[in-house]
Design a protein. Sequence first.
Length: 380
Amino acid sequence: MNRILFVDDDEKILSSYKKIFETVADSELLSGAADFLGDVGLVGQPERESYIGTYCSQGEDAVLEVEKSVNEDNPIKVVFLDMRMPPGIDGAETAKRIHSIDPDIEIVIVSAYSDTDIKDFSIKSGRPEKILFLRKPFDKKEIMQFALNLVSKYDLNCIKDDFLSHVSHELKTPLASVLGFAQLLEDDPSISGEAREFSSLIAENAALMDQLLEDLFTVVASKNNEFRMDLQMQDIKKEVTRIYELNKSRGDEDVTFRVEIVGDKEMKIEMDSTRFIQAVNNLISNSFKFTSEGEVVLKLEIIGNGAVVSLRDTGTGISENRIKTIEDNFERGGGYNDVPGLGLGLSIFKMIMDRHKYRYQIKSKEGEGTCVSIFMEAKR
């Protein structure tokens, strides 16, 4: 079943939606799909009757419908959303709340107002890649084509998520064996010379693959609403020191790795220690991937009633127009080259920061390096 939600405070508009999706003939709907998608067709699209419309006149009601659909495991895939719906919340806030419940929903903003700042709206929605705009008055075929195409996009994304889930689980068990036997070889005193060098390479690359799979597990857990956090008060100095100790072996004669701690005051911050370390480790990993010389600096500053943890490098840097996109899954700041990785580091970092409700800032300049700062407040 393909569920589509229509939200508009104008009953005439809702009536128009109903006419399109409840009275259009099968042949006309499929013809519209063919016109729009060409020979590619629709991925696994079932018969016409599987398209079910739900209609709301206010944003709050739409949010409740989405929440209900997720709880019943019968998700709404596409939302056509009005921009202004007095006296309730507007389209921007509705979209933001909907994506907090199901980040994969495709949203089409349907508005007659030309003063809407599309760029600003997309950023505020939290998922700009899941937002499209359509001006009123709309054409029947436009709505049909948007709905059919976006349902296909939603389904393809689900197929991708299922694939990642299965692959990551299937690879985890044999990889654990490789890691275990590699460790045994490294601990064997009878192995020396070239054999020890080869065993170290096996262990190093198996550890890299293990980290890649852990990133996949994190993404899959988030998609399946299985991402859990255990928030406790932690000494931020101890956490930063622990992160440094875990990564200090990364430094070498070409790239120095050091830690700076500014401020003597003890500071406890509410966090999931494991997830926080995972997030910062991803930053450190990225810094070393794209820094061939210079330094990587992990810094903690105790300021007033809070703390700032930052990571600064002298690497290749990121262009301004790439900073937003590299927070998406499988996007890589340096493109696909010899640097290993899946492009998940910053997207996982963003997700963990958002779950902690920490504010963060990314500053970068091509050819000069990148600095990522995390701003945290102590609970009073």
